[in-house]
Design a protein around this ligand. Structure first.
Ligand code: CO
Length: 425
């Protein structure tokens, strides 16, 4: 099928775009309304199947998250939070992850988009699914972290694992994809690959090159730790080299790509020098493998640049190139004068590239060496299929795994829940 003719579903709900974390909080969900308006103004929706996501139910969220945590999120309000200080602390809620009006609905909607996208991919109805409101990669089983409450990525991955023997998760947010890595650290059914800034106590502090997974998951977690100032050339080179090898060795049935836009130049929290083109070329590269693809958002703290980035990447997935002049639309005058109303990231002073050639060569060699340790395309044994607790009612869906399974009834030896009980952090 020609790449531009792939069926692409796109999820958006205006209720997410009007959510508001707190004054002075860097996370602004309004960037999602701006992205959607830009998508509309470039008339990209005409080539997409646009859906309003279904709200996930609490029981779907507990496929990964702890019940007491989900229950607390469902009940807590800005007015009652002061009566529950102990639990607020226990679940890491407060400053970075504030309680705001409509928080639980916000979580249910962005998660619903990611799970719905995974379901459409599983059914073969969509080749690509896009949910820019998803990608909240820091959330943990029993706690919020880094502006993330519910880990929609882990939940969407669990959905994909019902139909696909192997899933690759890729993360180009400037922060390490710690919540997703941690959830699948012990399994070879999910390979997580994160490209991120590492060192100088940069959040969340994990994602060293030596963190490669454990037990059955050894070599199935890949970390590419980078320093300040990464530019397009070096980032795309290390991304393409790594992902080419991952795809060759692992041959996943589906891919999740988290496109955090805080790796762009000029970001409020980030420190890389990527342009829209460099960032989008990672998306184009993953699309080129013709494997079902779930594309998610993530970080990104200059609203106009986030909207530019994700509208541009929506076009990339459609095989379209956007005019560099942003069309006039509701947010045109207020937000896009920062780069003369052009589709580009304006960077006042580039950050010095602290990634030496030798450093990048060493990192690349180490990553490739680890990947060459993989057994090629491990097939699914029944004991590696997620236990019943992961499987919501599938009345209308038949559980199909793409490869022949064996050992039916074997006890699950390792799974993310058991791993969490060991409390790695
Ligand atoms: Co980030």
């Amino acid at each position: 099928m020609p790449s531009s003719k792939r069926r692409i579903s796109y999820y958006y709900d205006s209720d997410v775009g009007t959510s508001y974390y707190a004054p002075n909080h860097p996370m602004k969900p309004h960037r999602l309304s701006m992205t959607h308006s830009l998508v509309l103004s470039y008339r990209l929706h005409e080539s997409l199947e646009v859906f309003r996501p279904r709200k996930s139910s609490a029981s779907e969220l507990t496929q990964f998250h702890a019940e007491d945590y989900v229950n607390f999120l469902s009940k807590i309000t800005p007015n009652t939070q002061h009566e529950h200080l102990q639990q607020m602390q226990k679940f890491n809620l407060g400053e970075d992850c504030p309680i705001f009006d409509g928080l639980f609905d916000f979580c249910k909607i962005y998660t619903g988009g990611s799970i719905d996208g995974a379901v459409r991919i599983n059914h073969g109805i969509s080749d690509i699914a896009i949910n820019w409101s998803g990608g909240l990669h820091h959330a943990k089983k029993s706690e919020a972290s880094g502006f993330c409450y519910i880990n929609d990525i882990v939940l969407a991955t669990l959905e994909l694992l019902k139909y696909h023997a192997r899933v690759v998760y890729i993360d180009i947010d400037i922060h390490h994809g710690d919540g997703v890595e941690e959830a699948f650290y012990l399994t070879d059914r999910v390979m997580t690959v994160s490209f991120h800034k590492f060192g100088d106590l940069f959040f969340p502090g994990t994602g060293d090159i030596g963190d490669i997974g454990l037990n059955d998951g050894k070599y199935y977690s890949v970390n590419v730790p980078l320093h300040d100032g990464m530019d397009d050339h070096n980032f795309v080179d290390i991304f393409n080299t790594t992902m080419q090898k991952v795809m060759e060795m692992y041959q996943p049935g589906a891919i999740i790509l988290q496109c955090g836009a805080d790796s762009l130049a000029a970001d409020r929290l980030g420190c890389f020098n990527l342009t829209l083109e460099g960032h989008a070329s990672c998306v184009a590269f993953m699309k080129s493998f013709n494997v079902p693809l779930l594309v998610l958002g993530g970080g990104g703290y200059i609203k106009s640049n986030v909207a530019r980035c994700w509208a541009n990447e929506t076009a990339t997935l459609l095989g379209k190139i956007l005019d560099e002049n942003i069309p006039e639309h509701e947010f045109y005058y207020e937000y896009y004068s920062d780069a003369s109303y052009k589709l580009k990231v304006q960077q006042k002073s580039p950050i010095e590239n602290l990634n030496s050639r030798t450093y990048l060569q060493d990192i690349k060699r180490c990553v490739l060496e680890n990947l060459s340790q993989l057994r090629i395309a491990p097939s699914v044994q029944m004991q590696e299929i997620p236990p019943e607790a992961y499987l919501p009612e599938l009345d209308e869906l038949e559980l199909i795994v793409e490869e022949k399974v064996s050992g039916i009834g074997n006890k699950s030896s390792e799974n993310p829940i058991e791993f969490y009980d060991k409390e790695r952090y």
